[in-house]
Ligand binder design. Structure first.
Ligand SMILES: C[S@@+](CC[C@H](N)C(=O)[O-])C[C@H]1O[C@@H](n2cnc3c(N)ncnc32)[C@H](O)[C@@H]1O
Length: 307
């Protein structure tokens, strides 16, 4: 699976949108500009049904555990940052009686899809950017971001904004998959792709920002939050067959899907065969379960303005 240098450069931008921004800051990826990142974000997060089949079904599974960890309670006004197809807002609604949720996401397609999933007048989705939130200071009790922080080009600016719009004493919480190890669905995928072509290591999501133990809590502390706590959330991903695992990768969702979309038919077949061997590990095809770990963090906005 040999990729030419030009294609590789383009895929690096696609495969790690937020990671690329971090690397750009460090000057490690010259030639990849923000335009390429924006195209990548649009490419990855524009088709809601496909996203649901690839990742939405698992974020739905993760959302209730995250809501519990974030400490959501009745009577709150909450901001769902990077609300995507709406799974977190719906999980909040399912676990509370009185609440108001506003979800913001840059993807118009996702906002429209999420809006159609509920008729609850106290849940609203709108187009928005975490780096420039269109809300007054201290307008939410709690601010939550599920599987989003690693995709935001300037996560620190998003932290400043989430802190600004959350009331003093309120909580800001986030969760990011452990792309390095514990998100087995993606780890198996990238290990197989790199085994076939070591050059693909540059695209591997294992270095996604904030995907390792301690990285989210470090960001929270650096951003001036109090009572910062980090934990792991582990869920089961149940697949009915190898095809159920593989088919969503063909839909160009997320960095892995965009990578598969760049391969020739022959390269795709090789990757599929390698993955079948790795995933089934000698067992006959049929239902199987993979573990998925995400890191979650929560922290309180200081009541004294952060002094
Ligand atoms: C992996 S999806 C997660 C969506 C949803 N929270 C979920 O758990 O299913 C990442 C989301 O981050 C959104 N996103 C990317 N950049 C963003 C930004 N600057 N501000 C807010 N959301 C952003 C994407 O549009 C996408 O919906």
């Amino acid at each position: 699976m040999i990729l030419d240098a030009k294609l590789m450069t383009r895929l690096v931008a696609v495969a790690a949108v937020a990671a690329a921004s971090a690397l750009l800051v460090k000057g490690m990826l010259p030639g990849i500009n923000l335009g390429a990142q924006e195209t990548s974000q649009e490419q990855m997060f524009s088709e809601a049904e496909k996203y649901e089949r690839f990742m939405g079904r698992w974020s739905q599974r993760l959302a209730p555990a995250f809501v519990k960890f974030a400490g959501v309670s009745d009577g709150e006004r909450l901001l769902d940052v990077g609300s995507g197809t709406g799974s977190l807002a719906l999980a909040i609604a399912a676990q509370t009686r009185r609440r108001e949720v506003v979800g913001i996401d840059p993807s118009r397609a996702f906002v429209d899809f999420a809006s159609k999933r509920t008729s609850d007048p106290r849940i609203k989705f709108q187009v928005g950017d975490a780096q420039k939130l269109a809300f007054p200071n201290a307008s939410f009790n709690r601010c939550l971001a599920l599987l989003v922080m690693n995709f935001i080009p300037d996560a620190r600016q998003a932290m400043t904004e989430m802190r600004r719009v959350t009331k003093p004493g309120g909580w800001v919480a986030a969760s990011v998959w452990d792309y390095n190890e514990g998100m087995t669905m993606l780890r198996l995928f990238w290990n197989a792709a790199v085994a076939l072509d070591p050059a693909v290591a540059r695209l591997d999501e294992r270095d996604m920002p904030f995907c390792r133990r301690g990285q989210l809590s470090a960001l929270w502390k650096e951003s001036g939050f109090k009572d910062v706590e980090e934990t792991e959330l582990v869920i089961d991903l149940e697949f009915s067959s190898f095809e159920d695992y593989w088919a969503p990768f063909l839909e160009s969702q997320g960095p892995a899907g965009v990578f598969v979309g760049s391969l020739t038919k022959d390269q795709r077949e090789k990757l599929k065969n390698q993955l079948r061997n790795d995933v089934l590990a000698g067992r006959p095809d049929g239902p199987f379960t993979l573990k998925a770990r995400a890191w979650a963090v929560r922290g309180r906005v200081p009541t004294d303005g952060g002094k």
